[in-house]
Design a protein around this ligand. Structure first.
Ligand SMILES: C[S@@+](CC[C@H](N)C(=O)[O-])C[C@H]1O[C@@H](n2cnc3c(N)ncnc32)[C@H](O)[C@@H]1O
Length: 252
């Protein structure tokens, strides 16, 4: 066991946090690699609307350098590249990144590159990026890691650069808004009969125990943005469960 000051040991709180992060990353990698072949077909109305709003808010211009965190098969990354941006898509699942790159090649979008990495450990040069964006990925992170990633994104962005998170955003049922969102989700799933009830049970377990789904409210995201130094904070509700939250790194 090491006695180096600041180094984590099995007895220290930071050791426990590191193990939780490792477990979370391994679970996400396994889950999403299994879903890589089918996820791109997940184009329900809500998801399509939320992704479209994120792209609209991003207002990307040709030549901009963008990072898409948890890019999956490239829903946002490819769209940004079609608008002339250079995009680094980052995902914990190599199968997801492969799909994004294959699609980029098939469209001749050679300014798309992929990085297989957990968002939690991503390294990007300081002040080298115009836009950091993410769609339905950051709610998978542990809360402490959400805060770290927002702070890291602040460092990667150039002055005037923008962080956009479009995601499932709700609390744990304490507010009327939370309860309305949860009720509407249950209603939609219940309409699907027995498979729907099974999904309700599975999702309730994940949500209550925060196993893979760890959403927080738009206000909580804005607090993280503010604490990291972002300004011009804005949040827009797109569908019941999802918001797009934007912040700008001060211009100097
Ligand atoms: C719900 S999918 C969204 C994919 C894509 N952004 C989209 O809009 O279709 C979540 C994605 O986040 C990735 N992901 C989850 N946790 C991650 C982590 N800790 N680091 C990197 N990627 C992660 C998954 O592999 C998956 O591709």
């Amino acid at each position: 066991m090491s006695n180096v000051p600041g180094e984590s040991t099995p007895a220290s709180p930071s050791w426990g946090k590191k193990q939780s992060t490792r477990l979370s990353i391994a679970t996400q990698r396994r889950t999403w690699t299994r879903r890589a072949d089918t996820w791109d077909r997940h184009n329900d109305v809500g998801m399509t609307k939320v992704a479209a709003k994120a792209i609209e808010v991003a207002d990307v211009k040709p030549g901009m350098v963008c990072v898409d965190l948890g890019c999956g098969g490239g829903r946002l990354a490819l769209e940004l590249a079609r608008r002339g941006a250079s995009v680094i898509g980052v995902d914990v699942s190599a199968a997801m990144v492969d799909r994004m790159i294959a699609q980029a090649k098939s469209e001749g979008l050679d300014q798309v590159s992929g990085v297989v990495s957990p968002i939690e450990h991503l390294k990007i040069d300081p002040s080298s990026v115009d836009l950091v964006i993410s769609n339905y990925a950051l709610h998978h992170l542990l809360d402490a890691d959400k805060a770290k990633v927002v702070t890291a994104a602040f460092g990667w962005l150039r002055p005037g650069g923008v962080l956009i998170n479009s995601d499932m955003m709700l609390g744990r049922g304490a507010t009327t808004e939370d309860r309305q969102v949860i009720a509407s989700k249950i209603k939609v799933m219940a309409k699907k009969g027995i498979p729907g009830y099974w999904r309700i049970l599975k999702n309730a377990g994940r949500y209550i125990f925060r196993l893979r789904e760890r959403p927080i409210t738009p206000d909580a995201w804005m607090r993280l943005y503010g604490a990291a130094g972002f300004v011009e904070l804005a949040s827009v509700n797109v569908v019941a469960e999802a918001n797009v939250v934007k912040g700008v790194k001060p211009r100097g």
